[in-house]
Design a protein around this ligand. Structure first.
Ligand code: 6PG
Length: 232
């Protein structure tokens, strides 16, 4: 099914709408299965969405939080996706530590990836299906830590892997395409004029995920973006 496209005047409005849809999907998952699985991305854009979510009256007691990807840095590093999520969301909600499953970026990349796969399997089983995966958009149309030309973009079987990002000179751990495509709901949040070109290509060009990884989608995919990113 084609993605739903929702544009808003401001980044804050897009983030609030994306956060609201995320919470709705989690609520439905808990009602249907008694538990909900969420995977969040890092970078800077999601911070305003997490801050909005943290201000809502929401019952997190049946929600397990995972990460779409992580930089291979310590959890208190300024570049850590976990640190950004902790500061903007986790420190402000009632959720048990056992329901927070971070990628241990402080370990060697391959070890961090293997440990994360074990964590996911232990909690969700061998073919994990997230109820919501929240993803971002890079200016080069990357998503997660899957960058254009990355061979892992062809891996539909694996759960997560370590990846060397040449352009950033950085090791990362990322969920793999098969898991991203199996999500019950995918919410993609993009904001700012710097994302205009990538967003237009992702939404308008033929789907070629090796070229434009952010075109990866699941059965219910929604794009939330502001007018600056829409170019209008
Ligand atoms: C990361 C993210 C990545 C992010 C994009 C956009 O670890 O960086 O998971 O996929 O979503 O790079 O990042 P910004 O929101 O900072 O533009």
């Amino acid at each position: 099914m084609d993605p739903a496209l929702l544009v808003f005047d401001t980044a804050e409005q897009a983030a609030a709408a994306c956060g609201s849809h995320t919470l709705e999907c989690l609520t439905q998952a808990v009602q249907e299965r008694g538990i909900a699985y969420l995977a969040v991305s890092g970078g800077s854009t999601p911070r305003i969405m997490f801050e909005w979510m943290a201000r809502q009256s929401f019952d997190w007691s049946a929600v397990h939080i995972f990460w779409v990807d992580e930089r291979c840095v310590a959890p208190d590093d300024a570049q850590s996706n976990f640190r950004m999520t902790r500061e903007s969301l986790l420190d402000h909600i009632a959720i048990l530590p056992g329901q927070i499953h971070r990628i241990e970026g402080e370990r060697p990349p391959e070890e961090a990836a293997a440990l994360y796969v074990s964590k996911i399997r232990a909690v969700m089983g061998g073919k994990p299906v997230f109820d919501v995966i929240q993803r971002g958009l890079g200016t080069d149309a990357h998503t997660a830590s899957l960058f254009p030309g990355e061979p892992l973009l062809n891996d539909k079987e694996g759960i997560a892997a370590a990846v060397w990002v040449q352009k950033l000179g950085q090791h990362r751990v990322t969920l793999l395409p098969g898991v991203l495509e199996r999500a019950r709901n995918t919410v993609c949040l993009a904001a700012g004029a710097e994302k205009k070109t990538a967003l237009r290509q992702v939404l308008a060009e033929p789907v070629e995920t090796l070229l434009r990884p952010a075109q990866l989608r699941s059965e219910n995919t929604s794009w939330y973006y502001d007018r600056a990113a829409s170019g209008s």
